[in-house]
Design a protein around this ligand. Sequence first.
Ligand code: PEP
Ligand code: MN
Length: 341
Amino acid sequence: MDIIVLNPGATEKEFRHILKKLESRGLQANISKGTERTIIGVIGDTSKITEEEENAIRVMPGVEDVMRILKPYKLASREFRAESTIINIRGNRIGGRKIQVIAGPCAVENKTILMNIAEKVKEAGATFIRGGAFKPRTSPYSFQGLGEEGLKYLAAVRKKTGLPVVTELMDPRDMKVISKYADIIQIGARNMQNFRLLLEVGTSGKPILLKRGLSATIKEWLMAAEYVMSKGNQNVILCERGIRTFETATRNTLDLSAVPVLKKLTHLPVVVDPSHGVGKWDLVAPMAKAAVAAGADGLVIEVHTNPAEALSDGEQSLRPDDFMKLMRELKPIAAAVGREI
Ligand code: PEP
Ligand code: MN
C-alpha cells in the first residue's frame, strides 16, 4: 500500500487517526491536498504492511481507497499525481504553458561579464540567469569557481534585472550559503546519485534542478528525484543534458526521447540543456528547437559575450546575438505545440 485516498468529506479527526496508524508502523505520510481530494503518500518500507492490515486501513473512517504504486518511485510518479506540477518562482511558472529559459555563462567569472551577459539574455527573453559559483570540473587544475563571491554577483544581477538565479550545489556543506542566494538549486550530472546531497536539498525549501547523470537510466533519475521528494521537497525539475554513448561527434548524446517518456511517467516539469548535450555552439540551436517540439517545459542554454575567452565551456556557449536569433526562431515552434516562449 502506497497511497491512501481520503473521502472528500473526511474529518480532521479521521485524518489524524490515519496518520497515527501509519506512524505506529514506522511509516511517514506525504500529504497532497488536491482541489477534490486529499491523498496520503505513504513513505517508508510499505512492504511491512500485510494484506490484512491494508484491508483494515481500507475500511477506516474517512478512507475512500488504498492503492499500491507498482513503480519504485512513488511521489514522482504520475500515478501519485495525475496533474502536472507547476513550480512558481518569482512569478515564472515552470511546467505551465510558457516555456522558461534559463540562460547564462557556465561559470560566474566576474561581476561585469556576468551583468553584461544577464542583460543581453534578458533582452532576448530569458527568464532565469544561470552560472556556476562552485564548478565541478573534470580536471582539478581547471577553474573551480568563485564560491560565495560568485553567488553575490548572481544576487546583484537578480536585483538589477529581476531574473531569478539558478546555481549548482556540489557539497552539502555549502547548502546554507547557496540557499542564501539561489532561487533554484542545481544538482549537476556528476552528483545525480550523490544520495546524501539529494537528501540534504530535500530539506532546503528551494526548487531543485536535477540534471540527468552521465550514464543514468530514466528510472535511476526518477529514483534520484524520489530521494529529494522523500524529504518533503516536491519541487523538482528534471533536466536532460545528454548521456554517454559510443558517439564522439558530440560531447554527449542528447536523449530527447526522455522528454515524452518522462511526461508519461512523472508529473514533474522537464527541461532540456542542449549546450551540455551537444558540446558545440553551432549544434545548440537545432537541438533547442527539437527539445521544444518534443514537449520540454524549459531550456538551459549557456551564453557568453566572449566564448573564446570563457573560463569554462566556451566551445558550447552561444554569443548573445545567436541566442537572440534562437529565441526568435523558437516562437513559432512553441506555438505549433501549444506553448509560448
Ligand atoms: C553546468 O550546468 O555547467 C554543468 C556542469 O552541467 P552538468 O552537470 O550537466 O555537466
Ligand atoms: Mn557548463
